[in-house]
Design a binder for this molecule. Structure first.
Ligand code: ADP
Ligand SMILES: Cc1cn([C@H]2C[C@H](O)[C@@H](COP(=O)(O)O)O2)c(=O)[nH]c1=O
Length: 283
């Protein structure tokens, strides 16, 4: 067991989920099915200490307080992710983790989210570096619950928001390269696996309306085109599945409806959402 920091213990695991490469082949990715190691992988990881030998190839994973299933709620800005999490927070035995937006709005008195919206080309790298860190902290946080439900993921921060900054010309190639190297290292070395993605599928128009109603100060200047760009990146990633690796099966919830209808959909899909191993309803 390698003790890295204080009480936090991590173990080098005997095998990677995707041995030999960071991700499964494109075919596996496109089918939305992650291939686990043969014979049930997770249970067979060896946590025996080999220190002071060089650690075996594998992923860093926290020991103790193992989280069994991770469900990520993905969707455009103001699509209803937090509202969805609030609904499932009433369920026992689920740890619900909202996005750490408060941190993105205030790090030691600075507001990287606000700065990014004021000048994306200057502050995009700053915000996304911090978001990548805080998302990693979310994924790797110890838990005593059998299930974790997270708002977004380190995957969407990279594949949607970093990508959008880069594609829109607001992130220089060197910044993109640095963030990508960081991200790839994380994927290869740390367990950030996800068992199910619930995609709240909305139109950009719906999000624009809800964004205006929510009225978050930093987001006041967001134009419709920004929500359209974020929407298209989600569609390519999660529906067409032709842009970036999809880390888990995708369950799509049509989320343009009003709150009463959405709650009914959550009720109807409750078992599908809370049984991530049941993939028959997923893309
Ligand atoms: N189905 C819905 N119908 C109408 N308004 C909604 C619905 N879901 C969420 N809202 C409202 O839209 C705004 C954004 O929702 P929120 O859950 O914060 O979105 P997100 O977390 O995806 O950004 C909030 O004001 C929320 O009350
Ligand atoms: C993950 C992520 C988020 N953001 C921005 C987008 C929104 O303004 C907020 C998150 O709010 P939401 O209501 O939960 O969508 O943060 C970003 O700029 N970059 C990111 O990687």
């Amino acid at each position: 067991m390698l003790v890295l920091k204080g009480l936090r213990t991590w173990s080098f695991l005997a095998g990677s989920r995707y041995p030999g490469s960071a991700w499964p082949t494109r075919a596996l990715v496109q089918s939305g099915r992650r291939k686990k190691l043969s014979s049930g992988a997770r249970e067979h990881y060896c946590t025996t200490s080999r220190f002071p030998d060089p650690p075996p190839a594998g992923k860093l994973q926290k020991s103790g307080g193992e989280t069994k299933s991770v469900i990520c709620i993905e969707g455009n800005i103001a699509s209803g992710k937090t509202t969805c999490l609030e609904y499932f927070a009433k369920t026992t035995n689920i740890e619900v983790l909202e996005e750490p937006v408060a941190k993105w709005r205030n790090i030691r008195g600075h507001n990287p989210l606000g700065l990014m919206y004021q000048d994306a080309a200057r502050w995009g790298i700053t915000l996304q570096t911090y978001i990548q860190l805080t998302m990693l902290q979310r994924h790797t946080r110890p838990s005593r619950y059998p299930m974790r439900m997270m708002e977004r993921s380190i995957h969407s921060a990279k594949y949607i928001f970093v990508e959008n900054l880069y594609q829109s010309g607001n992130m220089p190639e060197v910044d993109y390269a640095v963030l990508t190297e960081w991200f790839n290292w994380i994927v290869e070395n740390i367990d950030i696996s996800v068992d199910l993605i619930v995609y709240l599928h909305t139109s950009p128009e719906t999000c624009y309306k809800r964004l205006k109603e929510r009225c978050r100060e930093e987001e006041k200047l967001i134009p419709m085109e920004y929500l359209e760009a974020i929407h298209h990146l989600h569609e390519e990633w999660l529906i067409q599945q032709n842009s970036f690796p999809v880390p888990a099966p995708v369950l799509v919830i049509e989320a343009d409806d009003d709150l009463t209808k959405i709650i009914r959909q959550y009720e109807e899909n409750r078992t599908r959402i809370l049984t991530p191993s049941n993939k028959q309803w997923c893309l």
